[in-house]
Design a protein around this ligand. Structure first.
Ligand SMILES: Cc1cc2nc3c(=O)[nH]c(=O)nc-3n(C[C@H](O)[C@H](O)[C@H](O)COP(=O)(O)OP(=O)(O)OC[C@H]3O[C@@H](n4cnc5c(N)ncnc54)[C@H](O)[C@@H]3O)c2cc1C
Length: 433
């Protein structure tokens, strides 16, 4: 159910285990993205997500690069905090591509698998056989039979319908509990614009600026924004802002804000031509559905991607979470678990990753004065330690490497409280190293 990024990767994994994988999406195989308008916003793929993508679709990076995507390496990927350029990470890489282009390549590869087919339809309900889901009821949207209702049966149904998934409502309608939902109101505004790219920034593929502890995380004092070199010789530029500081569609105001950002964004504002309109998006809250807290759950059903957790996008974790859900699903099925049994082991496995991502984004979000909870356990200590590590990561490569390993989801956030890192941080900040 759902043929966007998470659904496609789940289909890729299931193709190793199933004779037939049917992807159901109202957009069908064209991926026009009408069901997910956020796809037009700038998307960065964290290094963990990139590694997982290469694992499931070997050679995809080369194909993306052949199509014009850029891979930023070492000093070409620049992170700024409070306007200061952070210590360079020589081994760091980051893929520069628009989300539609990335997804198009993933879709092309997955739909080329002989086991995978697409149905242009909207799922309307689950079909049960006792305590297990045995299929879905769909409403056809294709031109051959628009408006027809039909039943599709299968051993495993995957919810990849994104953050507005109606799975909980459908479960309740069949006498099951819906997974408890945790929410964090962030009231975030996004605006993405595209510019022609020439030779104005030869050493830059990515520049990413966030406010930090020196400015009390105050966005008006340290303008947040990012630019990424993408396919078609273009710069994709995003501005973000919370509450009434939300960026809008007016080009003059957009440029004015870019000129208050770090040097690479100022350069593009001054030297590059617009290519298209400004796209805006409002993200009211992060959400996660905790399936592990349910007492009972039907067999033959799992959820992946934003249908499980949709976290504040400024930390760029969503696509990576979708790749990790696919990998968790693969591990679950390879363990010999029956697809028709309740997938507790899968949900527990994925829960560890979702917890980690949620913690990283929640602790950072709670630094914003307008975000008022819920506070995770140990928040004050995590906040204090986090601030010190961010401060030290600006000037020290070793601290920045560890910090970015957590940001890139290659390490669990507990790595930020390891005695070795804390000692190094203390030494950096007191000047005795
Ligand atoms: C503004 C913004 C910026 C972001 N930036 C980043 C970033 O830089 N990096 C990053 O990693 N992540 C980012 N994300 C998060 C990322 O977009 C999501 O994590 C990702 O889209 C999740 O993919 P998904 O397949 O789970 O859901 P979606 O992409 O939302 O797709 C859901 C799919 O389900 C289909 N669907 C819905 N209902 C039905 C139904 N009843 N039947 C059949 N199909 C249905 C829809 O048509 C759609 O195709 C950002 C998100 C936002 C909002």
């Amino acid at each position: 159910m759902g043929g966007s990024f998470a659904g496609l990767l789940a289909a890729r994994v299931l193709a190793d285990h199933a004779e037939e994988v049917v992807v159901v999406d109202p957009d069908g195989a064209d991926g026009s993205g009408q069901g997910a308008p956020h796809r037009r916003q700038l998307h960065a793929l964290l290094s963990m997500g990139h590694a997982q993508l290469d694992r499931w679709l070997p050679g995809i990076t080369e194909e993306l690069v052949a199509g014009g995507a850029q891979v930023g390496r070492g000093p070409q990927v620049q992170y700024y905090v409070d306007g200061a350029l952070k210590a360079c990470l020589p081994d760091n890489t980051l893929l520069g591509a628009t989300r539609p282009f990335l997804e198009e390549q993933v879709r092309r590869r997955v739909l080329a698998l002989p086991q995978v087919t697409v149905v242009t339809a909207q799922v309307r309900d689950l079909i049960f056989d006792g305590a297990r889901v045995r299929g879905v009821r769909v409403l056809h949207r294709d031109s051959a039979r628009p408006g027809d209702l039909a039943d599709l049966s299968g051993d495993l149904v995957v919810d990849a319908m994104g953050r507005s998934s109606r799975l909980g409502t459908w479960l309740a309608g069949h006498g099951w509990d819906s997974p408890p939902m945790e929410r964090m109101k962030v009231d975030l505004g996004y605006a993405t614009a595209t510019f022609d790219r020439g030779d104005e920034l030869p050493g830059t593929v990515v520049a990413h600026a966030t406010p930090g502890p020196a400015n009390g995380y105050e966005q008006r004092l340290s303008e947040p924004g990012a630019l990424v070199a993408v396919e078609g010789n273009r710069w994709s530029v995003v501005l973000v802002g919370y509450g009434d500081y939300r960026p809008g569609r007016d080009p003059e105001t957009f440029l004015r804000r870019m000129r208050r950002c770090v040097a690479p964004l100022r350069e593009v504002a001054d030297r590059c031509r617009w290519d298209g309109d400004i796209e805006t998006f409002h993200f009211p809250e992060s959400r996660r559905r905790d399936f592990t807290r349910l007492g009972r759950f039907p067999g033959g059903l799992v959820a992946v991607g934003d249908a499980v957790a949709s976290v504040n996008p400024v930390y760029g974790q969503g696509l990576t979470l979708a790749t990790l859900a696919a990998s968790s699903l693969s591990a679950h099925l390879r363990s010999g678990a029956s697809p028709q049994a309740p997938a507790w082991d899968y949900f527990r496995r994925l829960g560890v990753v979702v917890d980690a991502a949620w913690k990283v984004s929640a602790v950072a979000d709670l630094a914003q004065p307008h975000v008022t909870g819920p506070y995770p356990p140990g928040y004050r200590l995590l906040r204090w330690v986090g601030d010190k590590v961010v401060e030290a990561s600006v000037i020290d490569r070793a601290v920045n490497e560890e910090f970015m390993a957590v940001v890139n989801m290659r390490k669990h956030p507990r790595a930020l409280t390891s005695p070795r890192l804390l000692l190094r941080t203390a030494r950096v900040l007191t000047g005795i190293h």
